[in-house]
Design a protein. Sequence first.
Length: 386
Amino acid sequence: MREQTMPRSIAVLGATGSVGRQSLEVARRHNIKVELLTAARRVSDAEALCREFSPRVAVMADRGAADALRLALADTDVRVYGGDEAICEAILDSSAEVTVNAILGEAGLAPTLAAVKKGGRLALSNKESLVVAGEIVMAEAKKSRCEIIPVDSEHSAIFQCLHAGDAREVRRIFLTASGGPFRGYTPERLRSVTLAETLAHPTWQMGAKITVDSATLMNKGFEVIEAVRLFDVEASQIEVVVHPESIIHSAVEYIDGATIAQMSTPDMRLCVQYALSYPSRAEGLTPPLDLFKLSRLTFERPDTETFPLLALAFSAASDGGAVPAALNAANEVAVAAFLREQIPFHRIAEVVSDVVSRLSGAASASTLEGILESDREARRLANSIL
């Protein structure tokens, strides 16, 4: 039996968010030293975590929040810094064996690139890093020999299933989706859904932005792009399957007809722990799956007419360049407007589709600078449309 191995120390980026907190639960369970913690602006939450885990360094993206945290932790040995650049500097200076990137949104891209440059292992939950600049991130990881282990439940499942064969033997990847709160709705019915209804995800407890993306199926679209980059497959090899029970987290079909699926109780702590312990497994916090209590497992094709952003993401994955970055940027702007109740739910897809159609030249972008320029242009366009 392979000896169980857990890292001695980790860095947790986005520590006050959902995945960040679950990462810290795993660290607590296995007595893993947390060397670095980062957060955006939740000072009281960050203070509590720093007092419990005693990291060597804590960084707040917001400089004002960093000043407040520094004052709150004046009686400790924790060194506190502020600003986005300080996060990247702290990653490069860290001796943590594994960096967990649980930062939400495009703000996680620079930390991902810093972690990749540092080398070692990156447990990646920030999907935007691979959506916005996946080709660049994976190329840099190859250079530095950085091992990227996915934390998203679907990509963790695919990663595990891929160990059943060789990459050249993969025929299809089945990426499962819960379907979100509006599964089965017509376009007409979507026009009247409320913000509260949108934020009521049937399976997962997540942040507001990701929950909205799940309702539009944009989150699944981002996961398609992420899978293309992470596993070096064509978009045509990926098939999204709506699986409302969220028990099968994804599956891989091989050329001999065998389909290997990963099943578990929906719990992100399992994904975080596997990214830390791989290639070993360790006793975890996730309740075991009781097959006898499962009444049935159902599967449906996604409705891309009602939820067009999923089809748009497949197209962006094939186009490459800065098209995925433009897609992500426009979506961030539109979702933020919806969360402020400035636009109705159905307008999210309309705004994003309009922006992407206007940035036809984005597919030719191949440098980080070009991709980020397309990102900025997409945000300007989205705001002008709104």
